[in-house]
Design a protein around this ligand. Structure first.
Ligand SMILES: Cc1ncc(COP(=O)(O)O)c(C=O)c1O
Length: 404
């Protein structure tokens, strides 16, 4: 037996048994960073997870106890692959509120929207198929596509979202099967795609004949007036858009409850892929979410989560303006959990992580979010985790790390 390291993964003689797809697996570059930062003296802008203070723990505890006691035949039993029927009705109603014409029959509940990405990759991608992704994009998305041996090509993004000329050019050159986009307060950039751009992306989908994955876990986390988060799926007249939603950011990611809205034929295929993956998503998780919604608690919870993050976001943006004006640019994070900072060319945020941690602040370097190897001069900051004072102090520490 020999040991080496390829892409951070141990290699053993047994690797000869691995599938072609397993050879394409990519470990998460940002999880590796997250592990470095366990020191309580380090102010962390690095995580990508919701703040536990936003979780409605008392309600969840009460509902969990009740459904386990009173509905064990549902909450502790296998359930339908499509999802708990009343929950799929509720999700369809949520989606209609986002402008999407759909019914419960169009919904597939998934084990987080991460599973939705994996199921779509499984059902639609052959090795070497092309997926176009935003520059930058969500690493869990790229992980799912790489895991099916797809080829990923980046498409430029500006403050209004995907740049149509870049998408047009890349699609003409590479004939993609899928385009993956996160139009609402994207992870990692925090950007909101303009409605006109969404229309143009759909037009290009028609012209170049590709499908669109619209991943929308952050659309409810809005902090400003007038942000138009209407889903692309609402204009999907030819059934090209697979829309993904999630309760992770408004309720709790440990509940692992997400969904896909898909055209009927596709939903049926994805259902079969899901049967192979896990038979059904956790019925206790689904029962809790279902009861929470049925009790009418979701709108109030969303309002609370928005209020919780709105102030923190404001403090981060203010502190960035105070310390980095003229030295960097950053996205306004009008929603979601992230602001994305861009330094001048030549600055390497990856090379500065260690120094930053020594100075007591952590961030995620931007390069892992760019499939084309660019982005060395960028970083992702989340305002989700730290207290208001720590956010101010953390940006001060960042400013002392990035002096030029
Ligand atoms: C853009 C995006 N998509 C999907 C996910 C996965 O979310 P979940 O599986 O918890 O629904 C995340 C999580 O951070 C995300 O940022």
């Amino acid at each position: 037996m020999f040991r080496g390291a390829v892409g951070g993964t141990a290699v053993t003689a047994l690797d000869r048994f691995l599938s072609r797809d397993a050879g394409s697996f990519r470990p998460s570059a940002i999880r590796a960073f997250a592990k470095l930062i366990n020191d309580p003296n380090v102010i962390s802008f690095a995580g990508g997870v919701p703040n536990p203070e936003t979780f409605p723990a008392d309600s969840i505890a009460e509902i969990a106890a009740r459904v386990v006691r009173e509905r064990r035949g549902v909450a502790l039993q296998y359930g339908p692959t499509r999802g708990l029927p009343r929950l799929t009705e509720a999700i369809a109603s949520i989606c209609r509120g986002r402008g999407i014409e759909c019914s419960a029959a169009d919904i597939l509940v998934t084990t987080g929207s991460q599973q939705a990405l994996d199921l779509i990759a499984h059902a639609f991608l052959d090795p070497d198929d092309v997926v176009l992704v935003e520059l930058p994009t969500y690493i869990g998305g790229t992980a799912s596509f790489y895991a099916r041996s797809a080829r990923l090509i980046g498409v430029a993004q500006d403050d209004d979202g995907i740049v149509p000329e870049s998408l047009d050019e890349a699609a003409a050159r590479s004939h993609p099967k899928l385009v993956y986009t996160i139009p609402n307060f994207q992870n990692p950039s925090g950007r909101l795609m303009a409605q006109e751009r969404r229309r143009q992306v759909l037009e290009l989908a028609e012209r170049h004949d590709f499908l669109v994955i619209e991943d929308d876990p952050y659309g409810e986390l809005v902090y400003v007036e007038g942000a138009d988060t209407t889903a692309m799926k609402s204009r999907d007249s030819s059934g090209r858009v697979l829309y993904l939603g999630s309760f992770s950011k408004v309720l709790a990611p440990g509940l692992r409850c997400g969904w896909i809205v898909a055209p009927p034929g596709m939903a049926a295929k994805l259902e079969i892929a899901k049967q192979a993956a896990d038979l059904c998503s956790g019925m206790l998780d689904q029962s809790i979410v279902d009861e929470f919604i049925a009790a009418g608690e979701l709108p109030g919870q969303i309002a609370k989560v928005r209020d919780f993050y709105r102030g923190k976001r404001g403090i981060l943006i203010e502190a960035l303006a105070e310390h980095f004006a003229g030295r960097a640019t950053w996205t306004s994070a009008d929603g979601g959990l992230f602001s994305f900072v861009t330094f001048p060319e030549g600055v390497d945020t990856g090379a500065k992580v260690e120094e930053a941690v020594k100075r007591g602040v952590a961030y995620i370097p931007g390069a892992p979010f760019f499939v084309d190897g660019s982005g060395a001069n960028t970083m992702r900051l989340t305002f989700a985790k730290e207290s208001d004072d720590n956010i101010r102090e953390g940006v001060r520490r960042l400013a002392s790390t990035f002096q030029f």
